[in-house]
Design a protein around this ligand. Sequence first.
Ligand SMILES: Cc1cc2nc3c(=O)[nH]c(=O)nc-3n(C[C@H](O)[C@H](O)[C@H](O)COP(=O)(O)OP(=O)(O)OC[C@H]3O[C@@H](n4cnc5c(N)ncnc54)[C@H](O)[C@@H]3O)c2cc1C
Length: 500
Amino acid sequence: MNQQCDVLIIGAGLSGLLTALNIDAKYQILVIAKETFMNSNSMLAQGGIAVEMNTDPILHQGHFEDTLKAGANLNDPAAVRALVDHGNEAIKRLIELGVDFDKDADNNIVFTKEGGHSRNRIVHAGGDASGYHTTKTLLTEISLRRNIRFLEHSMAIDLLQNEKRICGATVLTEGSKTLHIYAKKTILATGGIGSVYNATTNDLSATGDGIGLAFRAGAKIKNMEFVQFHPTAFFDEESKSRKRFLISEAVRGEGAKLINVLKQRFMQKYHPELMELAPRDIVSQAIYREMYDTWTDHVFLDTRELDTKFLEKRFPTIFEHLKLHGLIMGIDLIPVAPCEHFICGGVDADLKGRTSIRDLYAVGEVANTGVHGANRLASNSLLECVVFAIEIAKDINTTIESTELETNITKSYPPKAEFNYKPIRKKIGDYMDEHVGIVRNTDGLTLALEVISKIYEDLLKFPNSTKYYYETLNLATTAKIITNAALERKVSIGCHLRIK
Ligand SMILES: Cc1cc2nc3c(=O)[nH]c(=O)nc-3n(C[C@H](O)[C@H](O)[C@H](O)COP(=O)(O)OP(=O)(O)OC[C@H]3O[C@@H](n4cnc5c(N)ncnc54)[C@H](O)[C@@H]3O)c2cc1C
């Protein structure tokens, strides 16, 4: 039942897929996904990818500086330099693999603008379906590769390790069977943490699994207090789902304004220069303040100065979604509120994606490469996925020959028991929303840490070989790490706002 391969990639979003496609075809690669290949944040990405396609150093410097400014200079400058300078090479690779970025009538790629960018540098595909188009293209390409196998509905629950290195992972298959997959190199490409909160723009399968796996293996995890809340998730009063539909920043990039429930524009009070296109942390915190001052749970995105036909063509997915809710872009005000969107920190990784444990890599949203600092610049996340996927593949191509396959490690697991983890998950989300959200204070963080630590300890006492148990354990682990980090960082910076 156990399996082996040269490279095990845990996650089938943009970062995992592009890594697989850049590893030399002579190596056997296994890509696993917890649910279907459609369940990833990559599939949901709307706005696009930030990149300077021109090699002009002045333009690269502009992207570099915008990234540091958004990240409150807490970024690792070497990582930002790599991100910005290798961006065009990475986008060219996507084009070579078949990704068709949107073009104008003269067949030139079009660039749009988003919050925190000093000029238009976002490439997009399918209007506002950039992630779907890019990820689907890579999936098609992967299906043609004979050296790459994939397994859906297969959840990594533990990393296999000896005293020196990571040697693969234990995987729970659809029928709750555990199997060991031995690999020379293992890559965490598990994405975000959205479900740690009760409301998120993420696919709800984002339960912080990569953080849990890395933590249990003893890998270094950093910058977890920097949770980015997207300012403009659609506020649908009637929806019972925890998943919020995103209204891309690019809508503001095309000229939409924010107004409060009193129909007053407010961004001039918070960032008179960039207004609605200020970095996300500033816009989310401004909306939070306006909602507080007007005793409401939302503000409005005002697209009424924009042409309906243009909006329909430019944002087909958003237009359609809103229409289903009885709202027409260009005519109706769109209710929006901030919610969890992205984790800036993660499993610490160097410029080659190597973590603190040998033969374990981290790529994409799960990784802390240092590019985002205290707040991510819009559309830098997909860029991080593609730039570092290529760097990891290069490192693997040059080091794998000298890496041994270790197949002697085994781990045993308790039998499966039926248990309803839903109330525990809800409790974690409630405490995270209330005390570890946009605004934080010492008393709230201390209380949340106490409650979440107790949940975490209880889960450890009663192990259970089911997907829901491991997801809940990963949620509790991630929530605990975020809360601890938020408590330790006493001063406000970027998307970490402390009022006491
Ligand atoms: C609505 C939305 C819009 C966005 N728009 C943009 C944008 O326009 N531009 C931008 O730059 N960024 C955007 N982002 C952020 C960006 O999409 C993500 O950060 C990025 O796609 C993450 O890619 P990834 O490969 O790291 O992870 P994902 O694409 O999330 O993939 C994670 C994969 O890991 C698998 N997985 C997780 N845990 C396990 C496990 N235990 N075992 C096996 N498999 C596992 C999942 O099944 C999935 O296949 C957006 C995010 C959202 C939610």
